[in-house]
Design a protein around this ligand. Structure first.
Ligand code: GLP
Length: 244
């Protein structure tokens, strides 16, 4: 792993955003997997600012979101589709046909998952996969205990996230909410990975993911075995790291 400890929170956002911009500048037809959340949301804002200040060709880049909440409307502001559309796709003027997402509603998510991963593979190998990390070590919706060879599947959210989304999206209790996610194996097949984390709520899990044993109890720990994984952390998330 290549660990980059940013000196300030702003540097953290900027370093991570420039890594995504650089990927597109170096290879304009890159296939890039994105993640949603507070961490990546701020990185995407920094990426949009970079694009405004230093425009680059985005007509051939393909973006997809690594996971999606199921059981809500796509238009709900907390769906991954909605967030990535407004945070990245529209601000960077990416053609809509180059934005790949699974649906939020379906009666057959096994089929939707297969279609989703096939649509990504049809564009070629994934050049860069951006990953956030949950406080329990999850990546996408691959929660602790998920086998390392998982491929796209309909998983579950943590209870706190599910409760918030149910409230925000006015989803009644009898409607199932889930998380369709690319699997750990799918993410590991990417040419490069960019793992990002900031804040004191990520200090402990970043230490486990980067310096702890590789175990399914901490899904992100498998990234230690990826040949090209950058880990960008802010001073708070990096606080307990002994390495470098
Ligand atoms: C959700 C997403 C993950 C993301 C995580 C971290 O669970 N499914 O892909 O990594 O949130 O979110 P945050 O950056 O808000 O801590």
């Amino acid at each position: 792993m290549n660990i980059i400890k940013a000196k300030t929170l702003n540097d953290f956002y900027s370093i991570a955003a420039w890594k995504i911009a650089a990927q597109i500048i170096q290879k304009p037809d890159s296939v890039i997997g994105l993640a949603t959340g507070r961490t990546t949301g701020s990185i995407h804002k920094a990426l949009a600012a970079i694009f405004d200040a230093h425009p680059f060709d985005t007509s051939r880049v393909t973006f997809f979101g690594m996971d999606e909440i199921t059981g809500v409307d796509r238009e709900y502001f907390g769906s991954c589709y909605y967030m990535l559309l407004h945070e990245v796709v529209l601000p960077l003027h990416v053609p809509m046909e180059n934005y790949i997402m699974p649906p939020t509603r379906s009666d057959d998510f096994a089929r939707e998952g297969e279609n989703f991963i096939r649509a990504i593979r049809d564009r070629g190998p994934v050049d860069l996969q951006v990953l956030g990390i949950g406080e329990n070590g999850h990546i996408g919706f691959n929660q602790p205990g998920t086998p390392f060879n998982s491929t796209v599947f309909l998983g579950r959210m943590e209870e706190t996230l599910e409760t918030r989304i149910r409230r925000e999206s006015n989803t009644p209790d009898d409607v199932d909410l889930g998380g369709l996610t690319i699997g750990i194996q799918d993410a590991m097949h990417s040419r490069r990975i960019l793992l990002v984390a900031n804040g004191s709520n990520k200090t402990a899990i970043i230490k486990r993911a980067v310096e702890g044993p590789v175990t399914i109890d901490c899904p992100a720990s498998i990234l230690q075995l990826h040949p090209f994984c950058d880990v960008v952390v802010d001073p708070e998330a990096a606080a307990d790291l002994t390495q470098r």
